[in-house]
Design a protein around this ligand. Sequence first.
Ligand code: UFG
Length: 332
Amino acid sequence: QNKNVLVAGGAGYIGSHMVKKLLDEGYHVVVLDNLSTGHKKAIDQRAKFYEGDTRDKAFLDRVFQNEDINTVIHMDAFSIVPESMKNPLKYFDNNVIGMIKLLESMVDNHVPNIVFSSTAATFGNPKGNRKITEKDPQNPINPYGESKLIMEKIMKWVSKANHLHYVALRYFNASGADASGKIGEDHHPETHLIPIVMQTAYGQRKNLQIFGDDYDTPDGTNVRDYIHINDLADAHILAMKYLNEGHKSDSFNLGSSKGFSVKQIVDTSRDVTGKPIQANDAPRRPGDPDTLVADSTKAKKVLHWKPKYGIHDIVKTAWNWKEKHPEGYQKY
Ligand code: UFG
């Protein structure tokens, strides 16, 4: 069986963990990244690296002609909700055009399978406190979520017209780090809650801001479903196997099925790090839904996915990365 996998966005936070896991499991990995937000030092030395942009069809054709790829894992997109509210065109350009060019090149070069990083943000602001299943309506409330929904739809229609199969994995809040402490989350600027809480615990910022305390949730702060990055990586390997076994294209929600409020994350982080962590109330951040919690029954049943990490492991591994590499990849 062809074990050659291309990870688009393999220098990113999620991509670098994906690449490590694939290599550890005996896959041959080709990384494609334009390093616009990813880090060269995050790419595992055992992988083959092509620097370039997914919107560049000629570049993609060259890669596919050089490498006999069976599956593309597409993690190559901008993913910051507040940034997308300010600059929607940046998101539609990079994410949607990137998907179109990638699929064109896959079809032209007879690459059969794609596993796509989609997101809970495609569901918008679901009403009530139910966990979100794959049957829930997708009505994004930010351009990031909209761009990913468009990408899902493009993939679906292209797969109907061509010999191409896909799995869309809708992640909830990807978090934590590999226990080795060698790779982790490092965005500039950082906007994600857990790394910001870690910066505060480490003393790199005096306090963090809690964006909104009047949401329709038990303590008024947003509720999210935090899922460990290595559990996500496992799900991709299972999705690849699923496609290689000839099953039909499909979509799955990936979360821990447990919701934690912003305040609960801060409290858990105080516990895990033993640091006081000053948090101040601040106005709402545009584009934030009240609650996003996954129902991952389908992924567990169909893909046989078994997430292993809980919220303590997530914060613990994020803290381990912070203590080992306080400046991220900058002073690596
Ligand atoms: N938050 C704060 N203070 C901060 C940073 C974040 O209160 O300094 C809050 C946010 O308002 C939000 C929660 O913490 O309520 C989580 O925010 P993140 O920025 O960490 O993550 P998001 O939920 O906005 O988005 C993340 C990914 C998206 C993905 C989404 C899926 O960045 O790509 O999870 O649920 F789509």
